[in-house]
Ligand binder design. Structure first.
Ligand SMILES: Cc1cc2nc3c(=O)[nH]c(=O)nc-3n(C[C@H](O)[C@H](O)[C@H](O)COP(=O)(O)OP(=O)(O)OC[C@H]3O[C@@H](n4cnc5c(N)ncnc54)[C@H](O)[C@@H]3O)c2cc1C
Ligand SMILES: NC(=O)c1ccc[n+]([C@@H]2O[C@H](COP(=O)([O-])OP(=O)(O)OC[C@H]3O[C@@H](n4cnc5c(N)ncnc54)[C@H](O)[C@@H]3O)[C@@H](O)[C@H]2O)c1
Length: 485
């Protein structure tokens, strides 16, 4: 279709959501449930990064290796394991979790939720206005009666390492969608993506080298990164910490050479996993007085600072780059937009209905390495820096009956960060095989500000791994009647 013959359509709706990732979908859903007509704009696949190139494929790639190692650690089951991972079957299972990168199922969900989809690239073109350029160049100018929600997520940042582009370095997109397993894989970045993908591809048979400029999983308790480094080494991964990457070169043979401060690393593919940037470069931010490429700074109702109609939810506001936290924000944003539209009373006090208070100190995260890391709230260092009177309580997870029953040679560690003034938990970290499910109890205790004295009455079943809670409380010591006054 020539440029001249492109059509322009104008539509007015109550709410426009740009980006149909998990966060945009939830914001739109809540707005519709609040009685508002809502259009969602998506330029790629409905379901976003999480569904096709992040959470789902990465966890599918990790699960088979995890379950195999778990079985190998239990005599009786171990003897029944006579082979290695079936790599094509693992990749096929990953493909099924991404629906083969087809969003028909998610589109059906939008329809069932009464959310209108406009496919194309959306840009803010004025107050409450979004101009969408469709796949064939057709233009839709959308005007919102009430709100525009930006939920465009984040994109991988690629550091300026000489030769990185020419070498065709992969990002999280290519590694999570890989159709074969590179025999030798180098990963730059010791964060969550780097450690998870090193775990997955070592399990799938790659010879993996992980190059981290600092420690692993910085920002979490130090012992988390240390356990994960040990776990990776046990899987055969070469882990270089405190190592800079100076240059990358791909030879005509296809081999990639990475020059680092620890020497040369040779690989078939190299992945950069060095963090994320705001997906706002081509969003028309300049048309509303904001700067392209910036994260959107929002208040606790997710309103972009200085606006009464523009919201930023999920990765794009940089509060917590996690699907569950973005969806939590989206529920608050959709509900507050509906409340503001109808003139209903707002509930914006901390922990109110229309605010994302948990973003400030109760964000749970699971790193699906082996061992896993499950953490919520600040680390001991972060809590101390924030001015709390802190006591740290540590316990060896391997000493809990449920852990030792779950597998032989269980090693792991748990930590509570306690606010000694109020005797409530601020943060918790669990590191060990399959600890993911432990974190929700800690999140509940933190959000509920449940006094330790009351937690003594929350009795974990015997013999489960959850008995770590009892051990941690005993380690802290039972608050006395005096201390509770
Ligand atoms: C490898 C990897 C693994 C991860 N694993 C986990 C995990 O296990 N658990 C977890 O909680 N988090 C995980 N994350 C983080 C998680 O993927 C993000 O927090 C989540 O995807 C954010 O959701 P979102 O809706 O804000 O953005 P996205 O999922 O990025 O969705 C944004 C959508 O907006 C669209 N879009 C962008 N700009 C425009 C535009 N101008 N017009 C129209 N559409 C546009 C995009 O095409 C996309 O569909 C992982 C991340 C990575 C990279
Ligand atoms: N299981 C999960 O919940 C999960 C899984 C994957 C990703 N995520 C989310 O996705 C986000 C992005 O993950 P990520 O691993 O890309 O980021 P990250 O922030 O976790 O780690 C980035 C790492 O790259 C290093 N780095 C940064 N710049 C560098 C450079 N120029 N050279 C060398 N190293 C450099 C940092 O020191 C850090 O170790 C995370 O914030 C996380 O919240 C979550």
């Amino acid at each position: 279709m020539s440029e001249d013959s492109t059509t322009t359509t104008r539509r007015t709706v109550d709410v426009i959501v740009i980006g149909a990732g998990p966060v945009g979908e939830n914001a739109a859903d809540r707005a519709v449930r609040g009685g508002l007509s809502t259009v969602i704009v998506e330029r790629e696949l409905v379901g976003g990064e999480c569904s096709y190139w992040a959470c789902m494929p990465s966890k599918a790639l990790l699960r088979s290796g995890q379950i195999l190692r778990a079985a190998r650690a239990v005599p009786g089951a171990a003897e029944a394991i006579t082979g290695e991972l079936d790599v094509p079957a693992v990749l096929a299972r990953r493909d099924s979790f991404t629906s083969n990168w087809d969003d028909a199922g998610q589109v059906r969900w939008l329809e069932s939720a009464h959310i209108d989809l406009v496919r194309g690239h959306g840009r803010l073109s004025g107050e409450r206005e979004v101009t969408v350029t469709g796949p064939d160049g057709e233009v839709t100018i959308l005007t919102a009666n009430h709100a525009v929600v930006v939920a465009t997520g984040s994109i991988a940042t690629v550091p300026k390492i000489p030769g990185i582009e020419e070498a065709g370095a992969w990002t999280s997109r290519e590694i999570t969608a890989a159709q074969s397993v590179p025999p030798r894989l180098a990963i730059i970045g010791g964060g969550v993506v780097g450690t998870e993908m090193a775990t997955a591809f070592a399990s799938l048979g790659s010879e993996v080298t992980l190059i981290a400029r600092g420690t692993l999983l910085a920002g979490l308790e130090d012992f988390a990164g240390e356990y994960v480094a040990d776990g990776l080494r046990e899987l055969g991964v070469t882990v270089h910490t405190g190592t800079s990457t100076d240059r990358i070169e791909r030879a005509s043979s296809g081999e990639v050479t990475i020059s680092t401060s620890a020497g040369e690393v040779h690989a078939d593919e190299v992945v950069v996993a060095t963090g994320r940037g705001a997906n706002t470069r081509d969003l028309g931010l300049e048309n509303v007085g904001l700067t392209p490429g910036d994260w959107l700074s929002v208040d606790d109702t997710l309103l972009v600072e200085g606006f009464d109609w523009l919201y930023g939810v999920g990765d794009v506001n940089h509060r917590a780059l996690l699907t569950h936290q973005g969806k939590y924000q989206a529920r608050a944003a959709g509900d507050v937009i509906a409340a503001r539209a109808s003139g209903s009373e707002l509930s914006t006090e901390p922990w109110g209905i229309h605010v994302a208070t948990a973003d400030h100190g109760a964000v749970p995260q699971v790193v699906f390495t082996d061992p896993e890391v499950a953490a919520v709230g600040p680390s001991a260092e972060q809590a101390t820096k924030a001015g709390y009177s802190v006591r740290v309580v540590d316990y060896n997870l391997g000493w809990v009956a449920g852990s030792s029953l779950s597998r032989d040679g269980y090693t792991g560690k748990a930590r509570l960060v306690v606010d000694t003034d109020r005797e409530v938990i601020l943060g918790a970290t669990f590191v060990g095989p399959e600890v993911a499910e432990l974190v929700q109890t800690a999140t509940t205790a933190i959000v509920g500000e449940i006094p330790l004295a009351r937690l003594w009455h929350a009795v974990p079943a015997y013999p489960t791994v959850s008995e770590i809670w009892l051990r941690l409380l005993e380690e802290y010591g039972r608050p006395t009647a005096d201390s509770r006054r």
